[in-house]
Design a protein around this ligand. Sequence first.
Ligand code: ADP
Ligand code: ZN
Ligand code: ZN
Length: 741
Amino acid sequence: MSQNGPTILRVAIPSPLRRTFDYTLPEDLRLKLDDHQSLPGMRVNVEFGRRIVVGLIVGVSQCSEIAKDKLKDISDIIDVSPIVPPDLFELFIWSANYYQHPIGEALFTALPTLLRKGRPAVAACIPHWKLTHLGTELDPQILKRAAKQQKLIDFIQQNNGCVAESEINSLFSSAVRNQLKDKGLIESVLIEQKVKTSTDEILNQSSLKLDSQQQIALNAIDLHSFNSYLLEGVTGSGKTEIYLQAIEQALRYERQALVLIPEISLTPQTEKRFRDRFNATIVTLHSKMTDNQRLEAWLQARSGQAMIVLGTRSAIFTPFKNLGLIVMDEEHDSSYKQQDGFRYSARDLAVIRAQRNNIPAILGSATPSLESLNNCNQGRYKHLTLDKRANSAKAPDWSVVDLKTESIECGIAKTTLDAIDATLKAKQQVLVFLNRRGFAPTLLCHQCGWTAQCQNCDSKLTVHKARGRLICHHCGYQQRQINQCPSCNSTDLMAAGEGTERSEDFLQQRFPDYPIVRVDRDSTRKKGALEAFFATADSGKPCVLVGTQILAKGHHFENVTLVVILDADSGLMSADFRSHERMGQLLTQVAGRSGRGKISGQVIVQTHQPEHPVLDQLFNQGYRPLAQQLLSQRQQGQLPPFRALAVIRAESSFPQLAMDFLSLARQISQQHTVSIAGIDLLGPLPALMEKRSGRYRFILQITSANRSNLQQLLTEVAGALEKNKKDHKLRWSIDVDPQEL
Ligand code: ADP
Ligand code: ZN
Ligand code: ZN
């Protein structure tokens, strides 16, 4: 560090402004620092407005645009070294720029909450449980009648007598732990970290012998350099087994692995498979954890103690000591794109991160996104395919029920009911899929045609019969169910259409001798409901599982042999350019739950439009030909992934404000298209749902064949818009590579 003049620190602060703020480093704090320590990536406390806030140093300089006597000193330095390694810090900055998000907000979104608040980033405080002297010399008689306690003791013993609390919590209840503590057999200790010695065996359970196509795929993966692999394998073809074996190889090189999955709480089976396989510290990172648990897992990854991190979207920002592999399961899942605030795509960042670290990224799916398929077509990703199920299970047979020609009761055709009946009688399980929760999507007046609308959104209220309420699924508005039409006073109101609650009711009446279990966002709100659902499904006993897309998420139920898709038409109506891709993925994923065990499966699809080209292609040829067809339509229409797309969104309770703002955005963009070539503008247009939560929403679409031209334009426009936005009644944002319009 130079001794001439004060050192100026560029500090990112969580604020909506697209800039950093300059502060000086006072002499007394400078003396506390190690001279060779690089400052970017360290947190500081600074005065901002009238508050002291936590900021992150992103740069150091000797000069500032602001006069030296106007610059404030930083108040304190929180860290003694950067909180994340340089490679990750660069990724943070890269993503803030690429997604055109204010740098301070972006950087702070990428950190665990407690670090945003200034909590020390040191792992001095990881709770562990270790055997006491009494526990080590345990008399085998003492726990003779307490099998669970004995299991926990054995577990701790196998792990050299000391195990992290987080690991114990994932396998044992706290009651069991406390019983051992009360007997004086184990005690809690805080230790910095416990590193496994490299002689420890990596596997708990030997890996499966791969079939030939799995072996070819695994052999193609080079663990020593960057490559993106698209592992396209039908559901049940053994993709997870390939992830496990690739990770095993990474662990043998003493490298860590990051595994991204769309949702953890809904797929406890996945986590269990990883824990069963590896004798290595595995931490999970997802939104249901407490802030403390998240920080602890984050620190364990950073220190290298956790060998495998299993997490959802935001886990892409986890620091590692020595990352060797990134795996992303169900890469097509839209949950990988954050839809508000810092709108990053974890899928795209996974590839960027792998490239910067020179390690492989494996993206797996039965129904790959059109983006990834296009990347394979262009030679950017290596395409690995598994086209048959492992375990010699056969692919299910599809059949189409034309709702126009059938008698229907509560949305279910007679043919379908007969098939359900036959399956239950054969002691097998049925899965009924309907992507609409609630009892009915509409409350309709039979006399005058009035329907119950949300007062805040362009949307109808859904009838939730059991709760006696009408609820908006877009903004959460709710009211008590009414018995009289507010328009004509008639009491002839009817719940029109079907939701999962109604299907459940109807099936329960129709098949009273079998359990009918519903799973959707409403049913799983009750604690233990999801566990009960899995218990019923896993028991293998005949039953009907009714639910929304939660059912499509990678579950493996051996005895489900019939999958019914109640309404294939709902996905055909949307104006979103991705809707057919999404529908193809969803239907294929749901269908893939059928016949995963010994008995082969069947899929029944109910539709009013069996001749619709998308459905026709999906049923008769499968997802891949459909995807290639959709890709060529995208190419003709000059849509992503053939052109880069960004949208500027604006919303306000005063529609004119939002429109005017986007007109201005258009004008500014147009000025720049003189110097930046190949940009097309479309809009301002109303968003697909124009009014939502009381605000009118508009978008300006900007496309270009050249991604860096688009980036350049967005940077210019964002800067100019920020200066022009004066009205606090308006919200605006930029969405790069948007998933929805
Ligand atoms: P996917 O991830 O593609 O859905 P999985 O890896 O979950 O597929 O495999 C589906 C089923 O087949 C699982 O029960 C798994 O244990 C089994 N399986 C996978 N690979 C093999 C193999 N090589 N030999 C035997 N069984 C396998
Ligand atoms: Zn009426
Ligand atoms: Zn609403």
